[in-house]
Design a protein around this ligand. Structure first.
Ligand code: ZN
Length: 130
């Protein structure tokens, strides 16, 4: 029988979810679900590196990122390598320092990690637990 409610992952599930290194899906979940746990510089770095990735080579956002990171060594370290490495740094810091504040929402049907703590639609098996 399929439970009616979404499941907050228990300790054993969290151990399975939070592999070392963190899976890309977990990185996305942590960064996109817990932006309030990021520092102002981390939030700015993420916004800047994402905007630069969307802009064309040498475009305005890419140029702004370059100028900003030239002036701020901390931002340069956070944004080095582009969006994926930046997100991984932020997720690893969140998991290291805020594990007790993080809830993993898993699908009651397949156990897959949901897209966010509040979603009720599984993007793995499309089970809907609204
Ligand atoms: Zn599922």
């Amino acid at each position: 029988m399929v439970p009616a409610q979404g499941t907050l992952a228990g300790e054993a599930d969290v151990i399975a979810i939070c592999t070392d290194p963190l899976d890309d899906e977990v990185v996305r979940y942590l960064v996109d679900s817990y932006p309030h746990l990021l520092s102002p510089v981390e939030r700015s770095a993420l916004r800047a590196v994402r905007a630069a990735a969307r802009s064309s080579e040498g475009g305005g956002a890419a140029r702004l990122l370059e100028l900003w990171t030239n002036a701020a060594p901390e931002a340069r370290e956070l944004t080095a390598g582009g969006v994926a490495p930046c997100m991984r740094r932020l997720a690893e810091r969140l998991w290291r320092e805020h594990a007790e504040d993080i809830a993993f929402n898993t699908c009651p049907h397949c156990g897959g990690l949901a897209k966010s703590p509040s979603t009720k639609l599984c993007h793995h098996c499309w089970y809907d637990w609204h």
